[in-house]
Design a protein around this ligand. Structure first.
Ligand SMILES: [Zn+2]
Length: 274
């Protein structure tokens, strides 16, 4: 696949790509991020229809079906309504600068008497229900699996997007930018693998942020109920490892003077910037 005039187009017959239109969109934008979602819906077709419904107030640039079929609803230089209230580091309001990719997937499944049931009541076979712990939660639950074709297509789409738009510097989940509201794409999406392959970061190219405020607490866990390890001064450089519940788990790249050897901890994501 490749991108022409802000639309994805297929380069061979095995790539199924359809263009649709929706009024659920904003003005022009320059993409700086790709945000991955699951639809929490019944099918790719029903999600596409929902995103075309003016009453939905929601949309995405791409919907990827379980068979790998791509439906594009909005050009990549226009705002889609996929992120809602969202923030990550110093960035707020991700609809204004991100491409939203939705994967057809019903999301979390509830196990009831040997049946695996989505929030909208549909029952799914046991082989599609995988037990996993969401990174924002403490206990396991069941999640509907993705297909290999779907993940491969998503990876390919991200690759061509990043080639076409060098302004894209990050790929994140909806649960990274709206951790209190959202759990998609969830624990079955291989985000670490995607980030490693697409962002190409290795040990020698660390993802460095700076602390914005003197006295920023470095905590033992992702939340104010966790104790403070030490306080960090403004402009301290920290290396990003992962995010959870709106907090960043970081490595303190700049060794503190007082000889303390605890160099890992959590800072709230509003207190760091690139
Ligand atoms: Zn989402």
């Amino acid at each position: 696949m490749k991108i022409n005039n802000h639309k994805v187009v297929s380069e061979n017959a095995s790539e199924k790509i359809t263009q649709e239109k929706t009024g659920n969109k904003g003005g022009t934008m320059t993409p700086g991020f790709i945000i991955i979602h699951f639809t929490a819906g019944r099918s790719a077709e029903s999600s596409v229809e929902w995103f075309k419904n003016p009453g939905a107030g929601a949309s995405a640039h791409l919907v990827i079906g379980r068979d790998g079929k791509i439906t594009q609803l909005i050009d990549f230089n226009m705002k889609a309504w996929h992120a809602g209230v969202s923030r990550w580091a110093e960035h707020v309001g991700f609809n204004n600068f991100s491409i939203g990719i939705e994967l057809d997937n019903p999301g979390r499944l509830k196990k009831e008497g040997g049946k695996y049931i989505a929030w909208f009541g549909k029952e799914y076979p046991e082989e599609n229900a995988v037990e996993a712990i969401h990174k924002h939660e403490d206990t396991p639950s069941y999640w509907h699996s993705y297909t290999e074709k779907q993940i491969q297509t998503c990876l390919e789409a991200c690759k061509v997007l990043m080639q076409k738009y060098p302004t894209i510097k990050e790929i994140l989940g909806h649960d990274d930018i709206s951790p209190m509201r959202k759990n998609d794409p969830g624990p079955l999406f291989p985000m670490e693998n995607f980030r490693a392959r697409l962002l190409g970061r290795h040990d020698d190219t660390a993802d460095i942020f700076k602390i914005t405020t003197n006295g920023t607490n470095l905590r033992r866990g992702a939340g104010t109920d966790h104790s403070v390890i030490r306080q960090l001064s403004k402009d301290t450089e920290v290396e990003f490892i992962k995010s959870e519940k709106g907090w960043f788990y970081v490595f303190i790249a700049e060794k503190p003077n007082d000889g303390e050897d605890v160099l890992y901890g959590w800072v709230h994501n509003s207190l760091v910037r690139k």
